[in-house]
Design a binder for this molecule. Structure first.
Ligand code: SF4
Length: 357
């Protein structure tokens, strides 16, 4: 079986979910690394590894979604809940600039008092103050909630954000895109097809988006494969518009769900499966945020890109530790034979039906 699949991957033929499951369950680490590297090197130079320095700025931890895997949120008006002022937000952005960073990913909870128009105004102000930075504004999951409470369709919400200058609404809040998983852990957040409807509206309005996945809750292999299968079909449907796929690992500390962290070996195996299966996503990203230097091993398992994060309260609340000793992290990549290169934000790419160039 392995030889057959090796021939398929070498010939750039698609593997199906049964073959992906076989590889995950039966191939050795070395075999997975080999196949993922064949797939990766079709799109990237063998020693290429790109990165950027970014901060995830969490403007509010107020959230009514109550996901049981989340250690970050606070219910409205409870102790420890916050909504950052514009000045506080700018202080966080200034800290990233001091670290030589280029990109801010905004991420917050589902705050019941905020609306799409509030975010369009806030992000516009931020962009005017920091014209040289790139911003990921909202995640798909937040965008869905704020459209709902603003009584806007996804098309209307996306048009408002686009016209206000937003260029990226990224695929955060995806965790495992499987409805059985969502019902178990996050029933108030969204249903999977609705998630993709929102992401399609975002792309259709001319904005860019990305794909993400988080593993290590209690999801089954079938649920993980459902995530990859639906994502690959969506990416076909939108002409390859999603710029990248980032997989990271659940941090269980201080959450209601609890549990154990996924070992690095399991993470690397899943990264390899993602690279091999998602043949229509160019950039596969490994997660320094949740795996620190171990994440760089992901470059041997199909990844070609990573972030050097300076902050993210969501994962830090659940046990992630962030180091700003960037040279140490980059050395880990060099010792594996890669030549890490700081990159710009990915070019905006939207389907042919989108408005942007
Ligand atoms: S994961 Fe996001 S949506 Fe879920 S409770 Fe936490 S902040 Fe809210």
């Amino acid at each position: 079986m392995y030889e057959t699949l090796r021939d398929k991957v070498t010939a750039a033929a698609r593997i199906d979910r049964t073959e992906a499951a076989w590889l995950y369950e039966h191939a050795s680490d070395e075999q997975l690394s080999e196949l993922a590297t064949i797939a990766r090197n079709r799109l990237h130079g063998p020693t290429d590894a790109s990165y950027l320095i970014m901060a995830i700025v969490n403007y509010t931890n107020v959230c009514v979604a109550r996901c049981d895997y989340c250690a970050f949120y606070r219910l409205p008006k409870t102790s420890g809940s916050y909504l950052l002022s514009f000045e506080q937000l700018c202080q966080r952005i200034d800290a990233l600039v001091e670290h030589g960073g280029d990109l801010i990913g905004f991420n917050g909870g589902f705050h019941p008092k905020l609306r799409i128009a509030d975010y369009a105004e806030l992000f516009g102000k931020v962009r005017r103050k920091y014209p040289d930075l790139e911003f990921y504004e909202l995640t798909v999951a937040e965008f869905m909630y704020y459209c709902k409470v603003s009584r806007l369709s996804y098309d209307e919400g996306a048009r408002i954000m686009y016209e206000a200058g937003t260029r990226w609404i990224t695929g955060g809040g995806a965790e495992i895109l499987d409805d059985a998983f969502r019902k178990r852990h996050s029933p108030l957040k969204y249903e999977v097809e609705d998630y993709y409807a929102a992401q399609k509206a975002i792309l259709g309005a001319g904005m860019g988006s990305t794909a993400t996945m988080v593993i290590g809750f209690d999801e089954t292999l079938d649920e993980r494969l459902n995530h990859l299968e639906r994502l690959r079909a969506f990416q076909d449907d939108v002409d390859g518009a999603l710029a990248s796929f980032l997989c990271w690992t659940y941090k269980p500390y201080s959450t209601d769900l609890g549990g154990e962290e996924v070992p690095t070996s399991e993470y690397l195996r899943w990264l390899a499966i993602s690279r091999i299966y998602l043949d229509n996503i160019r950039h596969i990203r490994t997660s320094v945020l949740t795996k620190n230097e171990d994440a760089l091993l992901g470059l041997k398992f199909g990844a070609n890109d990573f972030d050097l994060p300076t902050e993210d309260e969501v994962t830090e609340s659940a046990g992630a530790t962030i180091s700003t000793d960037f040279e140490k992290i980059l050395d880990a990549a060099r010792q594996l034979g890669f030549e890490p290169r700081k990159r710009e934000a990915f070019p905006l790419r939207v389907p042919r039906t989108g408005h942007a160039a």
